[in-house]
Write a protein that binds this ligand. Structure first.
Ligand code: 0L1
Ligand code: MG
Length: 254
């Protein structure tokens, strides 16, 4: 493990990039650190957000598509944390000046109705979920030109920057639903099958990660399961995500 003051120094660099909307070079250019260190930096970054009054609202998974895993040369998902400051209401405005180079991804969200006990080997995360919704995730890597290593992106809270949720629906099988992301200048089509084969698998991958990383999963939290298409730049105007049979959600970039 890197020293505790180095964890704080690197979290500080990322936090300054976040709060000043000014990108930073990859941490890996100047420091050697491992995945455990990266999650420690992520935790220190989250602690800074909480010290400013932000409240954790959930978790997100990244690298849930085969294409993205192959691009990064990894075979494991990554997990990041969501806060209330990242929430955008459905149809709400997004001040693009708050970000460095925002992109948006069409996703599926689950809502936890019960705490998940990470120490219970028989914990059934599917039974802890009571609703599912279409979602948009805004990602905004704090790294220059979105250039980062696997450890870098974990340290940077997996590029988490914002999210919007459509109407909650009763839990249902959302495997292989058609997904359409439409923006003023972009369109992407895909399927929820791109999320680890089925979004429900993301719940199991999440439980595994949260056990290993000691990340709490509590009642009321939301889970962003992963992207159904590649991310597209978020610009001015309305961007919507439609998930067949589940509904839609949109944001307006300003
Ligand atoms: O949520 C995601 O799948 C993205 C994770 C971070 C990678 C990126 O910033 O492109
Ligand atoms: Mg995502």
């Amino acid at each position: 493990m890197i020293a505790a003051d180095t964890v704080e120094e690197l979290a500080g660099r990322l936090d300054t990039a976040l709060t000043s909307c000014a990108d930073t070079p990859s941490l890996a250019e100047s420091h050697t650190f491992a995945l455990d260190d990266a999650y420690a930096i992520q935790a220190a970054l989250l602690a800074r957000r909480e010290a400013r009054g932000e409240r954790v609202t959930g978790v997100k998974l990244g690298f849930t598509s085969k294409a993205k895993m192959a691009q990064m040369g990894v075979s494991d998902v990554i997990v990041g944390r969501l806060t209330d400051a990242m929430r955008v209401p459905d149809g709400g405005e997004v001040d693009l000046a708050r970000f460095i180079h925002p992109k948006v991804e069409p996703e599926v969200a689950y809502r936890l109705s019960r705490d998940v006990d990470p120490d219970d080997p028989a914990a059934d995360i599917e039974r802890c979920v009571d609703a599912v919704a279409p979602a948009l995730e805004i990602i905004d890597s704090r790294y220059r030109d979105f250039r980062f290593t696997y450890e870098d992106v974990v340290a940077d809270n997996t590029s988490a920057a914002g999210y919007a949720l459509g109407a909650w629906r009763p839990v249902q099988d959302v495997s292989n639903r058609a997904v359409r992301l439409v923006g003023p200048r972009t369109e992407a089509v895909g399927s929820t099958a791109a999320i680890l084969g089925s979004p429900v698998r993301a719940l199991h991958a999440l439980l595994d990660m949260c056990r290993r990383r000691r990340i709490p999963l509590g009642a009321g939290q939301i889970v962003l399961a992963g992207a159904a298409t590649a991310a597209v730049p978020l610009g001015p105007g309305v961007t919507r995500c439609d998930v067949a049979g589940l509904g839609s959600v949109g944001v307006r970039g300003l």
